[in-house]
Design a binder for this molecule. Structure first.
Ligand SMILES: Nc1ncnc2c1ncn2[C@@H]1O[C@H](COP(=O)(O)OP(=O)(O)OP(=O)(O)O)[C@@H](O)[C@H]1O
Length: 299
């Protein structure tokens, strides 16, 4: 039975599917037809467009193909969650979007400009917060703004704004070692958002946190996302985290890394602030969870 039927005919998969061999995969029904998908994808004027991205790593004389023909468009206001088994190329793809790695094939554009190296259009949040240990929390958030040459008064204003957004105002003067894991990660997200990137890449940002802090951080991230309207590209191994947060779900398979599912998350469509408890209690959650688990495992 295809996923659409499992969910009672609801129109669920409408973000455009760029699956294996360009086909929609079993269970994926795109609301757009193939031609409008490809037109949207080749409109490079807005958003982040990845076209034909391939990557091979060289190990001595051997080339290992890590990514093959990745095509996707990332738009403002999307929270794209990428799932897939270990080694399917999630981090490689993130590193390419960050500009840390040059793809072997294909290209990325951001609002029509070729993107080939790290720049302020792209912010990255890692698993570990990597704050400067000698700087206070506020100074850590301010750091990137100083580097950009922003005048002091504006820096102060912006830091205060993001401290408030993250619920960190009362901890502004503390050093990283005085903060909990969740506070450090909130500071890292604030530091990234403060520089106003077009896209924020998050590589398993909550995987080092305990379960309760992790759930708090998920709720926090969702609020920040809807408040800032940023495009976020979020990697996780956690299917539940993906289902609660994503506006769009992407599944990758290895050998070589490629996208096999790419669809709007029906659990959050129309209500991005739907309570987690309500999402978890819905029948669609169970069905979609099973579907994702089978798609991640079935390669
Ligand atoms: N620097 C490198 N040199 C050679 N091969 C690499 C390198 N980095 C990654 N690879 C290979 O590329 C493939 C994709 O790796 P990548 O880390 O992007 O996958 P991933 O999906 O992020 O994995 P995980 O979920 O375990 O973090 C893997 O087969 C990996 O072994």
């Amino acid at each position: 039975m295809i996923l659409e039927e499992q969910l009672g005919g609801q129109e669920i998969l409408n973000a455009g599917v760029y699956g294996e061999n360009g086909q929609t995969s079993e269970g994926a029904t795109s609301a757009r037809d193939a031609s409008s998908d490809s037109e949207a994808l080749t409109d490079r004027r807005h958003g982040i467009v990845l076209e034909g991205i391939g990557l091979s790593y060289r190990g001595g004389k051997v080339l290992k193909q890590a990514l093959d023909d990745i095509n996707m468009k990332l738009e403002p206001g999307e929270l794209v969650v990428v799932l897939g088994p270990s080694g399917c190329g999630k981090t490689s793809l993130l590193n390419i979007i960050a500009g840390y790695l040059r793809p072997t094939r294909g290209m990325i554009t951001i609002n029509g400009q070729r993107h080939t190296a790290p720049d302020s259009d792209v912010g990255v949040v890692f698993q570990q917060a990597n704050l400067f240990p000698w700087l206070s929390l506020a100074r850590n958030i301010e750091f990137g703004l100083r580097m950009k040459g922003m005048p002091k008064a504006r820096r102060k204003e912006r830091v205060a704004y993001f401290l408030e957004m993250m619920g960190l105002t009362s901890s502004a003067g503390m050093l990283p070692h005085q903060l909990s894991g969740g506070m450090k990660q909130r500071a890292a997200i604030a530091r990234t958002l403060a520089t106003e990137p077009e896209i924020v890449l998050l590589d398993e940002p909550f995987s080092a946190l305990d379960a309760l802090t992790r759930e708090n951080m998920q709720a926090h991230l969702r609020q920040i996302w809807s408040r800032t309207g940023k495009c976020m590209f979020f990697i996780t191994h956690d299917v539940d985290e993906a289902l609660l947060l994503a506006s769009r779900l992407v599944v990758m398979h290895p050998g070589p890394g490629r996208i096999v599912e790419d669809f709007a998350n029906p659990l959050t469509t129309g209500d991005t602030q739907r309570p987690f408890s309500e999402i978890r209690a819905s029948q669609e959650y169970t069905v979609l969870r099973q579907f994702l688990v089978s798609r991640i495992g079935g390669h």
